[in-house]
Ligand binder design. Structure first.
Ligand SMILES: *Cc1c(COP(=O)(O)O)cnc(C)c1O
Length: 381
């Protein structure tokens, strides 16, 4: 049998129920900011164990809205990890504030609370923790630091929706948690995102922010009067996207169960292989496995990674690298003076990282194919 495999690292699932939900919403009379938005917000807040959800049109918009809720301003510093998608730090730059990079734990690649503590200054306004690959960070340690210094704690949960730490769901572990519903994430609205929180004031500020900064407080009174009190954006999401989100959400538990099943097979197979190490597990965490990441061991990892990566790509596996440490991007070097050597753990880890295919629709034979192909690639690399 010739192998014409084409397995991406992640892929959405759209079924008949999703199609019906979207067409029903489209013909309901509401195209945007209707009942499905509120329903979706409540449903995501519920699984997050908090009172409020603010749906927006991307995970990036959700991060931006959170920074607005926390009143991050020019001159402030916000601590972020380098091992993440650029948007986790960009939202700080949007506010004219400075992202300060705190290195990650070598085993889990999650932000290291001891490194966070070292980066605290009189300008520090808060921390954005990132649940890299899908397992929650050490929020107990991070909460202690945040409370001690009177700063905010945000969670970029774009990888970890449906996960938990010591029995508490992702979404309830920080002051505000952000999700993305991009197609490559656990569940999708095409483009979309949400900020969830237990804090009514943050909720209110984020609602105003997604709608140009306009308050609707006077609407009921006068019918036509409104005031724009702060500068916001149009970050609204449509009703039909939220209808898709609700439909997708109903399958999230089974999808996460399948992701954990796939990860368990990978863990077992890769533990026995020479030359690679799976990521470490955060104590008390239930992993949501947005990504399954392997790290190459030994010398010349950068060259070895390129050889293995090219081999896997050449054999139909849409592998990826998550992530180029954010502080190494030219934008950050040029505007914030970041440089190589600032976060040595993330920089060293980066040289050997590869994200393997991980999505609920993978068949068992796909998983076997990935394992065999990685094995062959390592022998040749
Ligand atoms: C996907 C992602 C984002 C951005 O979400 P978008 O919906 O693409 O804007 C932010 N942070 C992390 C960690 C992500 O994976």
């Amino acid at each position: 049998m010739g192998n014409s495999k084409n397995i991406p690292y992640g892929r959405q699932s759209i079924d008949e129920q999703d199609l019906k939900a979207v067409t029903d919403a489209l013909t309901s009379g509401w195209l945007t900011t209707g009942p499905k938005v509120a329903e979706f917000e409540q449903a995501i807040a519920k699984i997050s164990g908090v009172a409020h959800g603010v749906a927006v049109n991307s995970g990036t918009a959700a991060l931006h809205a959170a920074m607005f809720a926390f009143e991050v301003k020019e001159g402030d510093e916000v601590i972020v990890p380098p091992m993440t998608f650029a948007a986790s730090a960009n939202c700080v730059a949007y506010m004219g504030a400075t992202p300060v990079f705190a290195d990650v734990d070598p085993d889990t690649l999650l932000i290291d609370p001891a490194e966070v503590e070292k980066k605290i200054t009189s300008k520090t306004k808060g921390i954005i923790a990132v649940d890299y690959a899908g397992q929650p960070c050490d929020y107990e340690a991070l909460r202690n630091i945040a409370d001690k210094h009177g700063i905010f704690l945000a969670a970029d949960g774009c990888h970890s929706i449906g996960g938990s730490l010591n029995g508490k769901p992702v979404g309830s572990l920080a002051d505000i948690t952000l999700y993305s519903f991009h197609p490559v994430k656990h569940m999708t609205t095409g483009e979309g995102g949400m900020a969830v929180t237990d804090n009514a004031e943050y909720d209110k500020r984020m609602r105003i922010f997604r709608n140009h900064g306009i308050t609707a407080d006077f609407r009921q009174r006068d019918g036509w009067f409104y005031e724009m009190q702060e500068l916001g954006f149009n970050y609204r999401i449509t009703d039909f996207q939220c209808a898709l989100g609700l439909s997708q959400l109903s399958r999230l538990p089974e999808w996460i169960a399948r992701r954990r099943e796939i990860a368990a097979i990978y863990d077992k197979e890769f533990a026995a292989m020479e030359g690679i190490a799976p990521l470490g597990k955060q104590e008390g965490a239930k992993h949501a496995y947005h990504l399954y990441v392997i790290n190459l061991e030994g010398e010349n990892r950068s060259d070895k990674r390129k050889a293995v990566f090219d081999y896997l790509r050449g054999h139909g596996l849409g592998v990826q690298v998550h992530y180029i440490p954010v502080h190494l991007h030219p934008y950050y070097k040029n505007n914030f003076g970041t440089h190589e050597g600032m976060c040595p753990v993330a920089e060293k880890a980066y040289e050997g990282l590869i994200s393997l295919p991980m999505f609920p629709l993978m068949e068992n034979e796909d998983i076997e194919y990935v394992v065999e192909t990685v094995q062959t690639a390592l022998r040749q690399g």
